[in-house]
Design a protein around this ligand. Structure first.
Ligand SMILES: *Cc1c(COP(=O)(O)O)cnc(C)c1O
Length: 398
């Protein structure tokens, strides 16, 4: 880990674009990649590098790249692995913008998503062919809260020699040790839990260095030249540099500070989420609570096996859309906002917001009914949150 030259305990924010060299020879060597110097902040920056190294220490990864957002992490990684005519396997239940990236943005480039049900990993066998370049799944889908059996799926991807990419935004490194479950590549929106309370956008590409790029048709040349470094070199020297989705030094600093309290905050948010799920289950106004941490929930056992805690997001159903709106509008402590894993507890009505561009049929297919509220638990005093929910329901009776 490169430390700050002045010994500052927090790596300071290097708000700079260019770096000066003592001689033309050194500048040449840096451009040839023979010196690990910073040249230009779109390519690397000391504050961003420091954040990357902290993530590397926390995850035990082989290499980490920090980028400007979770979507930048997904798009940079996917584009580095695909060429026109290729396909990849994924789930229908994806974060909305990821679904839109895969089905709309990628279409003119002839990059084909093939959808399977992660609950039925056998479907991978029939979806795969010689043009399949990776499998991309989310650890817990949102808002369906379905959980992929990652260990089992990584067994299948190994058989076919295809890298497994997991978006583990809902279960960051203190909740899920991706490397223990055979994950090759992990992407995380650090905007969520890691940023330390929704301060900044950021994304991470985490490479566990176990995939043999020599055996991948599109990466073979780089694989022979650079071994396990092949993908990260392709990203750093080409895709990341040319697409320009670099993380700002200021955001890297905020997220680096956020990382230091990640575990404390995440464990508190998960414990609040479980308490709220248990409480909501007892409310006569609530039809159905979906939280994989509730005993008897569909993915309860799998979550226990895979995660330290099953995240801090839950959904519940009320009588109708109008009832959901009225409930949300009556809340006083819980906020109405579209984010996850903030320090504050947030609610949203997914069908009329995140999924509003989709038809009713599509919403039904994506399991986003009109009477569902999503709640992302924060780190407040849980009794205050329960009191807030009680008073919101009480107001609706009058
Ligand atoms: C928020 C989110 C993203 C996108 O991250 P941004 O930082 O907003 O670009 C991707 N995947 C999941 C699961 C998310 O929750």
């Amino acid at each position: 880990m490169r430390e700050d030259p002045a010994g500052s305990l927090h790596m300071p924010v290097y708000e700079t674009v260019a770096y000066e060299f003592g001689s033309s020879y050194h500048l040449e060597q840096a451009f040839l990649g023979r010196r690990p110097d910073h040249i230009y902040s779109r390519i690397s920056n000391p504050t961003v590098e420091h954040f990357e190294q902290k993530i590397k220490n926390v995850t035990g990864a082989f290499a980490v790249m920090a980028v400007s957002s979770g979507m930048a992490a997904i798009s940079n990684l996917a584009l580095a692995l695909l060429t026109s005519g290729d396909n990849f396997i994924t789930s229908r239940n994806l974060f909305g913008n990821t679904y839109s990236l895969f089905t709309s943005t990628f279409r003119p480039f002839n990059l084909e998503p093939r959808f399977i049900d992660p609950g039925n990993p056998e479907e991978i066998d029939s979806a795969i062919n010689e043009k399949t370049r990776f499998i991309f799944l989310e650890s817990i889908t949102n808002p369906q809260l379905e959980v992929a059996d990652i260990g089992r799926i990584s067994g299948i991807t190994k058989k076919y020699n295809i890298p497994l990419i997991i978006d583990s935004t809902l279960t960051p490194p203190c909740l899920f040790k991706a490397s223990d479950f055979g994950v090759d590549l992990e992407v995380i929106s650090s905007t969520k839990f890691i940023s330390g309370g929704a301060t900044s956008t950021g994304g991470l590409i985490i490479d566990y260095g176990r995939f043999d790029w020599n055996r991948s048709e599109t990466m073979e040349e780089l694989g022979q030249q650079f071994g396990p470094h092949a993908l990260i070199i392709k990203l750093r020297r080409e895709f990341y540099r040319n697409l320009g989705a670099c993380l700002s030094p200021h955001n890297a600093w905020l997220q680096s500070v956020g990382l230091e309290t990640l575990e404390l905050r995440a464990l508190k948010a998960c414990s609040n989420c479980l308490d709220l799920a248990r409480f909501l289950s007892t409310c006569p106004e609530v039809d159905q609570v979906n939280y994989p941490g509730l005993e008897g929930a569909a993915y309860y056992e799998l979550c226990n096996k895979q995660f330290r805690k099953p995240g801090a997001v839950m959904t519940f159903r009320l009588k109708s859309k109008e009832f959901c709106f009225s409930f949300m509008d009556n809340l006083e402590i819980i906020r109405r906002a579209t984010n996850l894993n903030d320090n504050r507890t947030l609610v949203i009505h997914p069908a009329s917001t995140i999924f509003s561009e989709y038809s009713s049929r599509k919403k039904a297919e994506l399991k986003v009914p009109d009477n569902m509220v999503r709640l992302s638990a924060g780190i407040e005093d849980v009794d205050d949150l329960i009191t807030d929910i009680k008073q919101a329901f009480a107001k609706m009776k009058n």
